[in-house]
Design a binder for this molecule. Structure first.
Ligand SMILES: Cc1ncc(COP(=O)(O)O)c(C=O)c1O
Length: 431
């Protein structure tokens, strides 16, 4: 077997980008979970299976298929930028949420529909970035996007962040550093996950939203430094009120690239995401998309349009908020019970999203293959080592961290998983 793979490595010459994509640690984690079904996986960022919107999807499909000419349209190729009535419906919703309903400059010509928001992130990265460029991001941040950057030979730079998200002064200091070195032209975008982020469940504080936009404006001297605002978890809110997105604070409406998705709020299997772009980027992003698929699946977009139009999306969001609130409570109660007695173990209590971030004593390594990771597997629980969520550059990797997801397991299994993790930590730290 080994010989065969070595032989095939010799005879094929992969692209530089393919080689840069090697070693996806998260796929290894997922195979571990699949190989051992008795393991309680608190690793996968999947959504709750039981509450997936089967009836709502059937109802929307029934409405869609009732009209033959609409159905024919949905079964045909669409346009590169996507189904206009769906873009309209999403934009209306966002403008309402962001108190921007009166802004005529925000129109659907600035929108592009994608196959999930990951595709939008990818397209923006391909449109803006060259090898050697730098993207400042919170520390820690969404590891899949860091993989995208690595694949483009772009450097992700972890900027100091706390429980209120990225620290604007830290970003400004770093941008000033590059400016002094004459390297500011390497920075074309800053990446933030502004609501209940992945991996920490942390949201960007209100005043920091404004300050980050201001910092990017200030350093946009020769050309714009965009802020890529990833709102994947905006609708998964269990406590407190919604906050305006970064677009609200960008008076020029030319600095923020907003992206969202129905993967978390409705169904990742339908995989419909979107971007709202500064006017200057629309054609360039659509050109990239044209090269890839010249339009995301049209049927799915028509379906989502019905889902929104008849109120099924809002109903579903209300329902899943209840489901996830219960799961989050179960995780936090179990943490209070099983992790709190352990010295120097802390976690963040999120208001939304799918994750709880745990910090262990400084000297404890929670990384893949570490004593704790192996012990946790023996105890029957799988987590995502926090080390994967830190950029290679900037804020140093903190190996004493881990991400727990409460999306998939039942409240009971979540509690059991946290209890098992507590046992593993206790064994390894001998406390
Ligand atoms: C922060 C963040 N952004 C974007 C995505 C992408 O979601 P999708 O491509 O399904 O829209 C995810 C998925 O987990 C995520 O965690």
């Amino acid at each position: 077997m080994k010989d065969k793979s070595m032989r095939s490595n010799r005879i094929q010459k992969l692209s530089r980008r393919a080689i840069l994509s090697y070693g996806q640690p998260i796929s290894d984690l997922m195979s571990k979970a699949l190989a051992n079904p008795s393991l309680i996986s608190l690793a996968a960022g999947f959504v709750d299976q039981e509450s997936l919107p089967c009836e709502e999807t059937q109802e929307a499909m029934r409405r869609l298929t009732a009209d033959e000419s609409a159905m024919q349209q949905a079964l045909q190729y669409g346009t590169t930028s996507g189904y206009p009535p769906l873009r309209d419906a999403i934009l209306d919703r966002l403008k309402h949420q962001d108190q921007l309903s009166d802004d005529p400059t925000l129109n659907i010509d600035r929108m592009v529909m994608t196959a999930g928001s990951n595709q939008l992130l990818h397209l923006v990265a391909e449109t803006l970035l060259d090898p050697g460029d730098i993207v400042p991001c919170s520390s820690p941040t969404y590891f899949v996007f860091m993989g995208t950057l690595k694949n483009l030979d772009v450097q992700a730079e972890g900027i100091e962040s706390d429980e209120h998200g990225m620290i604007p002064e830290a970003l400004a200091d770093r941008l000033e550093f590059w400016r002094r070195r004459g390297e500011l032209s390497r920075v074309k975008a800053v990446y933030v996950v502004s609501y209940y982020d992945n991996p920490r469940g942390v949201s960007l504080a209100y005043e920091r939203r404004q300050q980050l936009v201001e910092v990017c404006h200030r350093f946009s001297v020769d050309y714009p430094i965009y802020i890529l605002d990833d709102m994947a978890y905006r609708e998964l809110r269990y406590e407190n009120d919604d906050q305006p997105s970064l677009l609200h604070f960008d008076e020029s409406r030319q600095h923020v690239i907003s992206t969202g998705t129905f993967s978390k709020s409705f169904s990742p299997g339908i995989r419909v995401g979107w971007g709202i772009l500064p006017e200057s980027l629309v054609a360039a992003v659509c050109n990239q998309k044209g090269n890839i698929d010249f339009g995301s699946p049209n049927l799915n977009q028509h379906l989502m349009h019905h889902v929104i139009q008849v109120g099924l999306l809002d109903e579903h969001i209300e329902q899943i908020r209840g489901v996830y609130r219960t799961k989050l409570e179960s995780m936090l109660e179990a943490a209070d019970r099983w992790l709190a007695p352990l010295a120097d173990v802390h976690w963040i209590r999120p208001d939304g999203g799918l994750y709880v971030w745990v910090e262990l004593p400084q000297e404890v390594d929670a990384g893949l293959g570490s004593a704790l990771f192996e012990r946790a597997m023996e105890e029957g629980v799988l987590y995502v080592p926090g080390e994967f969520c830190f950029a290679d550059s900037g804020v140093p990797i903190r190996k004493n961290t881990l991400r727990l997801s409460f999306g998939v397991q039942t409240p009971k299994r979540i509690a059991q998983g946290v209890e098992a993790l507590g046992r593993a930590i206790r064994d390894v730290t001998d406390r």
